[in-house]
Design a protein around this ligand. Structure first.
Ligand code: SLC
Ligand code: ZN
Length: 598
């Protein structure tokens, strides 16, 4: 009797997965059309299709719940049923689902359409975050221009979305409750399949915080030397507009005037890429070639036909923020990004192609398993490849860097450059969802959103706003993922586990030997190692068919996330920074900010 029931369940699940493949394909196509051309027509069409599909999903859900899947013998079949019992936002009554979808669409549109006026020409008011504001933060050394641009962007893209954000929180929390979660925070935490995920995240931060505080102290010193004591106080948080990035999430654009050994040759990849006439297409072809050198998959024909790799020039409104798309039909996979020829975008291209590679590796899994082992895995794939590409060794292979000396100073400079991207990012990524956990749980009320955001920015990141803030501001929404309802802990996790993955891959490739100075983890390039590629592919093919601890074990032998890989990679820099901050007597850490923001 039970065997017959389980056999019926298996047939039902196969059929449901086929139906869901078509439904997710339809929703992805409508989303793509909206995000690549923001018009009223495309927004209404996306809303209509989303609501139709939600009603369909509700019907299927009722039937799914009628199966006695808890008693099945087949653990895999149980896992599929368990995942299908989570209806997501489709659990909402249609009117509330419409309010949720509209609130997020409005925030996305506000962010994508937001423009500000140029500091130097107030009549030129068509500057978007990509590419104009991004370029100003990468290149300007004028604190007044940076302050003006920072304030204008946070007004145009942040404050403007406060109302929609509050509506989105209320609706999304309603959906969470209908799925059996206390709030969206617990729903998002469930992606990490452990009952102590928040403690794990906090333990990771405790592991890396000392290293972060050292690089923070060092950078603050050099910003003080450049801008003066009254712009950058010796023992205070760092003003957020001076760090080379509108969100102060990575600081690689202050590298050129803060690096440990300034007289060592500049590793300016952007100039080299431009000098060698790199184009957006060449970025993608070069990235693809790295993946195929590992015996991983090339990009399918449809990818080249349907991706959008440069900002359209027809004046349309479009979500420029880079994204990689799975259309759940096993053939259609796309990237949409507004590529500019910079070192940052060369890395972003590898990052996005890492998502596509993951989609390709698990495309034969049931649709319900076509996702990362946990969201951090999906963000780590491309970055692991970019770790190899970023090494001077690989850049020389590509002819982007002339031969140089591989002495200690050069190595410290290289580690510092990587640290401004990977170490610096950790507190930013961690606090973005600590903030939203508080918002979803209601421990942060709407009338203190901005105050609480800046309290976290000061406490964890040691940065402060360039001017006083009030609750008329809503600075969090000036960051894409907050306006687009994209969970962010995935990036914090990625920046930790990508070093665990890299350590294993480099050992397999013979590029890293623990304790061997000539085989440093930070100078490892797995290019052309089919053994490493096969090992990575084996983990990626699993999708979410197994808990992420199993997937991680398949590749690394470890079943836990830990920062040992990252700390090993940056160990020489950590020692150097401690010695340097002692030598200069720099205060490590920061005293409370004197900028009023609560
Ligand atoms: C490139 C993407 C698309 Se998944 C991105 O959003 N990233 C990649 C790095 C962190 C985060 C960000 O830009 O905030
Ligand atoms: Zn990503």
């Amino acid at each position: 009797e039970r065997a017959a029931e389980e056999a019926a369940g298996r047939d039902y699940m196969r059929n449901l997965d086929e139906i869901m493949s078509k439904a997710k394909n339809k929703r992805a196509l409508a989303s793509w059309d909206y995000e690549s051309n923001i018009t009223k027509y495309n927004e209404d069409r996306l809303l209509q299709i989303s609501l139709e599909l939600a009603e369909e999903e509700k019907e299927h859900w009722k039937e799914t719940m009628s199966y006695l899947w808890h008693e099945y013998e087949d653990q895999d079949l149980k896992r599929m049923f368990q995942k299908y019992t989570k209806l997501g936002t489709s659990a909402l009554p249609e009117d509330l689902n419409e309010r949720l979808i509209s609130a997020v669409n409005n925030m996305q549109a506000t962010y994508a359409k937001a423009t500000i006026c140029s500091y130097s020409d107030r009549t030129k008011c068509d500057l978007h975050v990509e590419p104009e504001v991004t370029e100003i933060f990468a290149n300007s050394n004028d604190p007044e221009e940076l302050k003006y641009t920072w304030l204008e962007w946070h007004k145009a893209a942040g404050a403007a979305s406060k109302g929609n954000f509050t509506e989105y929180v209320a609706m999304d929390n309603e959906a969470a409750k209908l799925n059996g979660y206390d709030s969206v925070a617990e729903w998002w935490l469930s992606y990490y399949e452990a009952d102590d995920s928040e403690d794990q995240f906090a333990a990771l931060w405790a592991q890396v915080k000392p290293l972060y505080q050292q690089i923070h102290a060092y950078v603050r010193r050099h910003l003080r030397l450049k801008y003066g004591e009254n712009v950058v106080p010796a023992r205070g948080p760092i003003p957020a507009h001076l760090l080379g990035n509108i969100w102060a999430q990575t600081w690689n654009h202050v590298e050129k005037f803060t690096k440990p050994y300034p007289d060592k040759p500049e590793v300016d990849v952007t100039n080299a890429l431009r000098a060698q006439n790199y184009t957006a297409l060449k970025f993608f072809k070069t990235a693809e070639e790295f993946f195929t050198s590992l015996n991983l998959s090339p990009m399918p024909d449809l990818f080249w036909e349907r991706s959008i790799i440069e900002k359209p020039t027809d004046g349309r409104d479009m979500v420029c923020h880079a994204s990689a798309w799975d259309f759940y039909d096993g053939e259609d996979f796309r990237i949409k990004q507004c590529t500019t020829i910079t070192s940052d975008f060369f890395k972003t291209t590898h990052h996005e192609m890492g998502h596509i590679q993951y989609y390709l590796q698990y495309k034969d899994q049931p649709v319900i398993y076509r996702e990362g082992a946990n969201p951090g895995f999906h963000e780590a794939v491309g970055d692991v490849i970019a770790l190899s590409v970023s090494t001077p060794k690989h850049l020389r292979v590509m002819g982007l860097l002339e031969d140089g000396t591989d002495d200690i100073e050069t190595n410290i400079n290289q580690l510092y450059k990587m640290g401004l991207e990977k170490i610096v990012f950790l507190p930013f990524a961690y606090l973005l969802d600590l903030f939203r956990y508080g918002v979803f749980r209601g421990t942060t009320s709407p009338d203190e959103y901005n105050c609480h955001y800046w309290q976290l920015r000061e406490a964890l990141q040691g940065v402060e706003p360039p001017a006083p803030r009030s609750e008329d501001d809503f600075d969090p929404a000036a960051k894409y993922h907050i306006s687009a309802d994209v969970e962010y802990m995935r990036y914090y996790i990625s920046y930790i586990i990508q070093f665990q993955f890299q350590r294993t891959l480099c050992q397999i490739a013979g590029e890293y030997v623990p304790g061997d100075e000539t085989k440093l983890l930070s100078n490892c390039d797995i290019y052309k190692s089919t053994e490493a590629g096969n090992a990575l592919g084996k983990m990626l093919q699993l999708g979410s068919s197994k808990p992420w601890q199993d997937a991680m074990e398949v590749l690394t032998g470890q079943r836990n996330m830990d920062a040992s890989g990252l700390l090993e990679y940056f160990a020489p820099l950590h020692d150097w920074l401690k010695a340097e901050n002692e030598r200069t007597g720099e205060f490590v850490g920061w005293e409370p900010s004197t900028v009023p923001y609560c």
